[in-house]
Design a protein around this ligand. Structure first.
Ligand SMILES: [Zn+2]
Length: 470
């Protein structure tokens, strides 16, 4: 009997090990060749330095061990130690894109982003797996955009838009304990959600200051019984305040009169807070309403995680039956408000909410930049938002999002000049990530890898996360 029992135990262990091994199987393209060179001389490039905002023909960039060593035009420098030369064919070379608001549920999300020239992402809702995954990417074991993450989303118990994936706190003591727990787990950035109470908000802010953690998130609305003024979120020292939609909802109660918009833009500009508009996610919501749900099955959704789609099914059904005009009208207004913020001097970043609400990774980052141009930014300003501003928000200015000696060799090669037409960013021919050259075939393989998120891995991680926060 005992022997049978042991045999059964052994079988179960083998099955579990196989399952875990299978769950960790990644598409081959995501496992980079560790011996591949990370030093190159790229020649014959049109250089797009976001700080200058214009393109310089006939340029070259020397990359040594994953860092930009030299940027110039004219006669080529000597190539040390026989490093390889890449002819850019006159195409535009610029820093890779930084998306400061995504939700990563699977490694394949990273593949989908990188295939489209996104070389850094900030995950805005941390699960336990994000920290080790970020380290694996950092060490070059997994190919993907540089991954930064906030801790689990902090919200109040019973919040209006609460969901099971939020770390819900009940008052100041729990809020403080949650911040400490997230710090102990290794998180250094906090994500705050709309429905925190005044007391919890204050406790989180104080504890973050003590521990030296940064904060970002939605404007904090407080509770129905004790609403918190919008100004409190401008005073809180957020790295970014997310979603034009949430800001307009909180600050203007969705009222569209111009005087309110003007005052709001001035108020935000005076605070110096950077805004991450995430216009693309509300656009997708408006498109779901307009198309009575057909937008959910568009081709770009091939990379969307099926577990998350299942989880959101109820939302999708709700929006599919929503009053048609309303969301499209509000989308136009959110774009207009974003333009007013920019005109008032508010600095913007590029974020998308990719990974949730029918917003797929990669392609949505470029779409967000297109919408920012619709809102009134020049293409160069939208590029600056996706590079220099993103880097600054993440505390990495001078290290990423720039085209100068010392910057990370995270670059994209674009078929045409995006300062003339931002839509050229849909035509990325090659990417350099941490000095590794990813040609067009590799990008195609990454895009394909992005189409195969693992449901098993996602289920496993949702379970791990839920156990960690409850
Ligand atoms: Zn989000």
């Amino acid at each position: 009997m005992l022997r049978l029992f042991m045999a059964f135990g052994l079988l179960v262990s083998i099955a579990a090990a196989l399952l875990v091994a299978w769950a960790h199987q990644l598409p081959a393209v995501m496992r980079p060749d560790r011996e591949a060179p990370r030093s190159y001389l790229i020649t014959n490039a049109s250089l797009l330095d976001p700080a200058a905002g214009s393109v310089q023909a006939n340029g070259h960039v020397m990359v040594i061990d994953g860092r930009i060593d030299l940027v110039g035009t004219g006669p080529l420098p000597a190539r040390p130690g026989g490093i390889a030369q890449i002819d850019a064919g006159g195409r535009v070379l610029m820093p890779g894109l930084i998306d400061v608001h995504v939700h990563v549920f699977d490694e394949t999300d990273l593949a989908a982003g990188l295939a489209r020239g996104v070389t850094t992402v900030r995950n805005m809702g941390g699960f336990p797996f994000h920290l080790p995954l970020a380290s694996q990417v950092e060490r070059g074991e997994i190919l993907g955009p540089r991954l930064l993450t906030t801790g689990p989303i902090l919200n109040e118990v019973g919040g209006r838009n609460g969901n099971a994936l939020h770390e819900a706190v009940d008052g100041a003591d729990e809020a403080r304990a949650s911040v400490r727990r997230q710090y102990a787990a290794g998180f250094r950035h906090l994500k705050l959600y709309s429905n925190l109470s005044r007391e919890s908000f204050a406790a989180i802010r104080d504890e973050a200051a003590v521990l030296g953690m940064t904060m970002g998130g939605h404007p904090v609305e407080g509770t129905q019984a004790d609403p918190v003024d919008f100004a409190a979120s401008l005073d809180a020292g957020f790295q970014t305040l997310e979603h034009t939609e949430s800001i307009v909802w909180h600050a203007l109660n969705d009222e569209t009169e111009p005087e309110g918009v003007r005052q709001l833009a001035e108020q935000i500009a005076a605070s110096g807070t950077m805004i991450d508009p995430t216009l693309v996610v509300h656009e997708n919501l408006a498109r779901i309403v307009e198309t009575e749900g057909a937008h959910i099955t568009r081709p770009a959704m091939a990379s969307y995680n099926p577990v998350i789609a299942g989880y959101e099914q109820e939302n999708f059904e709700f929006w599919s039956q929503y009053q048609p005009d309303d969301r499209s009208r509000m989308q136009a207004f959110y774009v207009e408000v974003t333009g007013a913020l920019h005109a008032a001097g508010v600095r913007l970043t590029v974020g998308t909410d990719s990974g949730v609400m029918a917003t797929p990774h990669g392609i949505s980052t470029v779409r967000e930049m297109e919408i920012l141009v619709d809102a009134g930014l020049t293409p160069s300003e939208a590029i600056r938002a996706a590079t220099l501003n993103g880097a600054e928000v993440l505390g990495l200015d001078g290290q990423i999002g720039c085209l100068a000696p010392g910057c990370a060799a995270d670059l994209v090669l674009v078929a045409g000049d995006p300062t003339q037409d931002i839509a050229w960013l849909y035509e990325i021919d090659a990417v350099m990530r941490d000095g590794r050259w990813l040609d067009f075939d590799t990008l195609t393989a990454l895009e394909e890898a992005g189409h195969h998120p693992s449901s098993l891995r996602t289920w496993w991680r949702l379970g791990q996360h839920t156990r960690a926060i409850h």
